[in-house]
Design a protein around this ligand. Sequence first.
Ligand SMILES: C[S@@+](CC[C@H](N)C(=O)[O-])C[C@H]1O[C@@H](n2cnc3c(N)ncnc32)[C@H](O)[C@@H]1O
Length: 248
Amino acid sequence: MGIKGDTERQATLRNEMIKRRKRPMRSNYVLKISSVVKPWMKLLDVGCGTAHIIEDLAVRHENAIFLGLDVSPAMLKIAKLNTMRLPNVILVEGDGLKLPFLDCSFDVVIVRLAEYSPHEVYRVLKKGGFFLEYGLGPEANKEIVEFFQGRIEKENFFFPKNFEDWKKEVCEKVADAGFLVESLDDYKEREYHRSIEELMNLIEMVPLVKNFDREKDKETVNILAKRYWSKKGIQITWHYYILIAKRF
Ligand SMILES: C[S@@+](CC[C@H](N)C(=O)[O-])C[C@H]1O[C@@H](n2cnc3c(N)ncnc32)[C@H](O)[C@@H]1O
């Protein structure tokens, strides 16, 4: 991630990956968000990226308003293309750490794998509003971590800092801002990458590995791919959580 969020290359890779995978990885999240969205509500997605989450939601809830905020102009360019047919989607360039909105502006705020401030989210939520966060558990991409030990971009990526007690860490972060945590569930899934190229796209897009070089690191990725090859493709673990918190 650069100074202003994701680059054009990361934005393109992310968009292609999301389009290829269709919905399964995020369906739990979209369903949970859908359960709290009612007609005429205003929802904010902080760090919306390509806007694939609000795109799904805006189709399901035609009478609610969806605002996507991202710091990266490259991401917003793609987000605009993905949502231009949807009149209930608005996109804004801005910083998740300093939200450009008045207090108590939204009924629901969501964040999926993006930089944000829990205090800012609390401030812009209405009383009784919901916050839903999708983050990574400690086993996410563990096969890649195993092969690139010592080179993982832990600061850029949204790994929990405390692997032992990661659920406590996730809950405390939002409770400290004033939220009441309603639930925290985690899920483990298998992702299958059909080729070495696809796997390299994932590593480069996140970015997951420091100074990753497609040429120099090809041999390591080849060995990783052989080790985790299955009939469906190269098997990589996806471990994520969904937190639901409420502002009273
Ligand atoms: C890993 S991507 C996730 C995008 C999207 N939420 C998704 O689930 O596909 C992280 C996103 O956060 C954005 N981002 C990074 N820092 C940010 C900040 N301070 N404020 C707003 N967006 C930010 C990046 O530009 C990028 O679009």
